[in-house]
Design a protein around this ligand. Structure first.
Ligand code: SF4
Length: 248
């Protein structure tokens, strides 16, 4: 915990910001007490999407559970209820650790030479599908699976719907792997709240474009050697996921 503006005197103390870092999850909680709105906006720009968790007043037992949004409530307010989807398939053992359900989105602006799935490049080769129906389908089969992988196409070409998917699936305690042809550094540089949300709530990111000259001995789950396993949450989350030991 660290307080960058801690000082004596009640007036100053009211303006202090306290940062609580959670290294395991990558979350930062900022305790704000009467700070000017400009400081809060600036923080949001630096830290990504803001979720208000309210002030530390005693809990009202009659409202217990009220902070959990109902099943059909969207986390992101824009129209992110639909995603361009190519297909869903189950029982994959090649798209991330364990046995997984896979959500394959359509549309990719990266167009790596030699891509294995050129049929997913055009959005219109898939269809716009409601995220609620995708989550329903994933949940039907969840007992047989160790987690869910989202790949494409390029998932981050639809950052809002991707974050919405992550939000809804994570609420069911599913282990989430996301593939991207971008590097994580490039995604962070975009400073988009929806992208930041995915990077702080998914469990495993496999990043980087497919490079044909690097495809030999790429290792499990990867198409070429430049691609990286990046653990966004602590290794071993979920069942049978010991292979995440390769994470950086
Ligand atoms: S990012 Fe993925 S889907 Fe897009 S071209 Fe590269 S390998 Fe193919």
């Amino acid at each position: 915990m660290l307080s960058p503006s801690r000082s004596h005197g009640s007036k100053q103390m009211n303006r202090e910001l306290v940062f609580v870092l959670e290294p395991d999850s990558g979350r930062v909680t900022v305790e704000i007490s009467r700070s000017p709105s400009s400081a809060i906006e600036e923080l949001q720009g630096d830290l990504g999407i803001r979720v208000n968790v309210n002030c530390a007043k005693p809990a009202d037992p009659s409202k217990r559970g009220a902070s959990r949004a109902p099943e059909n409530t969207r986390f992101f307010p824009d129209d992110n209820s639909m995603v361009w989807l190519y297909r869903i398939y189950h029982d994959s053992v090649t798209d991330g650790p364990g046995r997984r359900s896979v959500i394959q989105v359509s549309g990719c602006s990266i167009r790596c030479q030699g891509c294995y799935v050129p049929e997913t490049h055009q959005r219109e080769n898939g269809s716009r599908v409601s995220i609620a129906s995708i989550v329903d389908e994933i949940l039907k089969d969840r007992e047989r699976h160790d987690g869910v992988t989202i790949l494409g196409g390029e998932p981050f070409d639809q950052p809002g719907p991707l974050a919405e998917l992550i939000y809804r699936l994570k609420r069911h305690g599913l282990h989430l792997t996301v593939y991207t042809g971008y590097t994580m550094e490039t995604l962070i540089e975009r400073k988009q709240p929806a992208i930041d949300y995915t990077l702080t709530h998914a469990d495993l990111l496999i990043d980087g474009p497919f490079v044909t000259s690097l495809n030999r001995n790429a290792g499990e789950y990867r198409g070429s050697r430049n691609q990286r396993f990046i653990c966004l949450t602590k290794p071993g989350v979920g069942r049978h996921l010991g292979r995440e030991k390769n994470c950086i």
